[in-house]
Design a protein around this ligand. Structure first.
Ligand code: ZN
Length: 285
């Protein structure tokens, strides 16, 4: 498998267009190659001075139904599905130019981002990857949520969801780096429960949400007629997708085991901050 030791970037430009999940605004996102050790950067090319947002945990300003980067008044919303695709493909360096504040949601999964990157190609760079590892476990817990990192010689995630809902009860998935992210994780779509929609809309969220880009779960089934679930456990697969996106905000690929129970963006970010503090990693290193 390429990209195991050397840093990687995208081979050339790739363009994605569509509406954002929460803002409903049209956005064109252009993926561009970046230098070794540059990391992942989002650039708002529509704003004066074209502010650049490094995809790092210290730049996260909001975690309600998505992970948002901020600088002053400027925002880049819902970055996690792009970051997850980059994690899954082992891409370390890339610039994402956007002409609005939220990347296209596409079908609610990471598949469209994977396809765009694959069509532009992936290139190995002249610098080794610097893996993040732990020698002892670090555990974050809050109420029924636990996120823990343990030593392991490869990246792996064991994720459990339990919504006490007839359609989404206890689901656990184990994903390891040597499994096929593109087939097993990337196609899993975002989801919400029918009773949440009114509150989401009232809070100005999910304005671009529809049955074309999200699974809507009711008490007896899903509302997405004509399309079945892509996996019987699509929900936990999407949780792994989101978590892999948020883990990119550490700034280095992880070589360790992550165990996550009832995780979500807010908890994921708090876990990363605790991890950085306990491992005493300097921010903006
Ligand atoms: Zn998601």
């Amino acid at each position: 498998m390429s990209g195991e030791t050397q840093q990687q970037t995208i081979g050339g430009p790739a363009v994605i267009k569509g509406v954002g999940l929460h803002t409903g605004r049209k956005c064109r996102a252009t993926f561009l190659p970046a230098q070794p050790n540059a990391g992942i950067t989002f650039v708002r090319v529509d704003l004066p001075g074209k502010p650049a947002f490094e995809a790092r945990v210290e730049n996260v300003v909001d975690v309600v139904r998505g992970t948002t980067l901020g600088m002053g008044e400027a925002r880049v919303y819902t970055i996690e599905h792009i970051l997850s695709a980059l994690n899954g493909l082992g891409i370390d360096n890339m610039t994402i130019e956007m002409d609005d504040n939220e990347p296209p949601v596409l079908d609610g999964s990471a598949k469209g981002f994977i396809d765009a990157i694959r069509s532009a190609g992936i290139v190995e760079q002249d610098s080794p990857k610097h893996f993040f590892t732990v020698s002892t476990p670090v555990e974050y817990s809050s109420h029924q949520t636990v996120i823990r990192i343990e030593p392991s010689d490869q990246f792996e995630i064991e994720c459990t969801v339990d919504y006490n809902h007839p359609m989404v009860s206890n689901q656990t998935l184990v994903y390891r780096r040597d499994q096929d992210y593109e087939k097993e994780i990337a196609p899993a779509r975002t989801f919400c429960f029918d009773y949440e929609i009114e509150a989401l809309r009232k809070n100005g969220l999910a304005k671009g949400g529809s049955l074309d880009n999200a699974i809507v779960v009711g008490p007896e089934g899903i509302y997405n007629q004509g399309e079945a679930l892509r996996f019987p456990d699509e929900f936990v697969r999407h949780k792994v997708l989101d978590l892999m996106g948020d883990l990119m905000l550490l700034g280095s690929p992880i070589r360790a085991k992550i165990i996550a129970k009832r995780c979500g963006h807010g908890h994921n970010i708090k876990f990363l901050k605790q991890l950085i503090q306990e491992k005493k990693i300097p921010l903006n290193a």
